[in-house]
Write a protein that binds this ligand. Sequence first.
Ligand code: GTP
Ligand code: MG
Length: 188
Amino acid sequence: MKITSAKFIKGIVEDDALLSDGTPQIAFIGRSNVGKSSLINVLTNSSISRTSSSPGSTQQINIFSINDSVYFVDLPGYGFARASGIGRQKIGDLIDSYLFHATYNQKKVVLIIDANVGMTDKDLSMFQELENHQKNFVIALSKIDKMTQSEFHKKIHEVKNMVGDHNVIPFSSKKRTGIDNLVNEIFN
Ligand code: GTP
Ligand code: MG
């Protein structure tokens, strides 16, 4: 699928009827600062999602309409200890209820892992929860422009070992590498 239009619809901090309107949803989840919002901007060839060099920038669930037929759901990051705004506990609950306690039309979840850091304990528990709930998800390794070839091979091997049969797609929003692969995976 080619993305031809992308619009910000709304940001929510609790359940919202919009999420239950039947539109298929693709959600982006990962540690704070891992590059979720940057990826949405690259995928949509726009700057509709706010990014920041300090973690904890997305504090709500931001919903974008893609081609007037799919929602991209930009979730707040997990694992940021000093979350201000609505607060860390509430952010955790918001992510949890979106992903695991609702009956939305979730088509795919994109779990983003920082390739330079590898899978942290929090990433691993998110991965396991997605598996336990039998979610349709893909693992994307971000910021590969920041590493050497040998670091890249080592990390990708490490992550693949941890996730079994799941597809792992390396990408860089900065250099726009791996984006086509990710689009194919997301919409297939
Ligand atoms: P939260 O909303 O806080 O959870 O963060 P996020 O996951 O949405 O991250 P965001 O897209 O705001 O990016 C965080 C920082 O990483 C920013 O400074 C981005 O410029 C940087 N960044 C994102 N993607 C890349 C990438 O592919 N390469 C490099 N080098 N930096 C990146
Ligand atoms: Mg963000």
